[in-house]
Design a protein around this ligand. Sequence first.
Ligand SMILES: NC(=O)c1ccc[n+]([C@@H]2O[C@H](COP(=O)([O-])OP(=O)(O)OC[C@H]3O[C@@H](n4cnc5c(N)ncnc54)[C@H](OP(=O)(O)O)[C@@H]3O)[C@@H](O)[C@H]2O)c1
Length: 375
Amino acid sequence: MGLLFRTFTKAPRQWRRGYSSHSDITASAMVYSEYGQPSQVLKWHSYRLPALTSTTVQVKFLASPINPADVNMIQGAYPIKPTYQKLSSDDDKLLAVGGNEGVAQVIAVGDQVQDLKVGDQVVMANTGYGTWRTHATGPASDFQLLPNNKKVSMIQKATITVNPCTAYRMLKDFVKLNQGDYVIQNGGNSAVGQAVIGISKAWGLKTINVVRNRPDIDKLRKELTDLGATHVVTDEDLGKHETRALIKSWVGENKPLLGLNCVGGKSATDMARYLGENGQFVTYGAMSRKPLSLPASLLIFKNISFHGFWVSKWAEVHSKEARYQMLEDVVDLMSQGKLGEPKWTQVKWDEESMKTSVDQGITGFSGGGKQVVIF
Ligand SMILES: NC(=O)c1ccc[n+]([C@@H]2O[C@H](COP(=O)([O-])OP(=O)(O)OC[C@H]3O[C@@H](n4cnc5c(N)ncnc54)[C@H](OP(=O)(O)O)[C@@H]3O)[C@@H](O)[C@H]2O)c1
């Protein structure tokens, strides 16, 4: 028994049971205690998992991806700051666990927990939880139940909350689109972009997908078309006269009313010009790290509205029920084969592989797709 248990004998039963004892599980995690280049600041940490209490649940992580935002967070360049904490009462240092997304399985529940049971699969209820770890113990409210569907792969579940949900919300929340309407997006080959392509196809929408040019562009064109992309154009071509004529020949009077911006800079400026009157331009990423520069005419004469979207904020301000409803819809699309597994590569769960992979997590031209750790 630890010190706190002996000292605070009047503390609530569950708290006394929890804080001062360990489970017999040894967990491992990729942690950091200061901002910096991921490979410099990330460290492997093994610790004894805190014991279950009557109000907590214990989960075993199954798979967690490496997303660009995870890298930003470790660099200290993300609006959500990490929670530094002692992962076990043996720890003498405050540590943050890397990663924000993942799927875990409930392996034990306290006797007062109502919403979750052993065997349930869960995702994180909020951004910043720390998912590059084998196990966690925490209040049930830290976790969001995932609809149970055996047709959805572990990779799809591990990567469901950030990219597919971002695509789903952006296609649903900014403008009412009807079957046959066009959506234009840059970063068309990003994980979000691929989810936009899949959901749009399922909902009868057409997509114009802007990607960076590359030597094997035809291969990428085919990959995206196979996913359901209507058209693929390169960022180099987007601003050209002949591309304007080409896109006009595709859309006619039915100009896109929704533009989704993953990139910023010139690509975003060029894309905004294709929106029709009263169109909605939604920025969710800034992969080029270049600012948005927009001609005033788009606001004055075409009344185009410019928005930002952040799925973390959406999840924070919406109820567990609203989040579950969205997950149900997305899981449904996945199980019907309408929203495929993202292209992915496995990352080994060891210190060196993690460091290398996290450094690469934001570099672009990642032909191998989303990097995912399988525990
Ligand atoms: N706001 C939100 O709620 C939200 C949610 C999810 C994601 N995001 C953001 O969305 C972006 C994409 O995330 P993801 O997970 O889908 O990423 P991802 O799968 O890793 O894809 C990255 C995309 O960015 C492109 N890219 C990389 N560097 C670039 C550069 N210098 N200039 C132009 N394009 C570049 C890549 O194209 P190449 O193949 O040409 O390299 C690829 O299309 C990130 O900024 C992420 O933080 C935001």
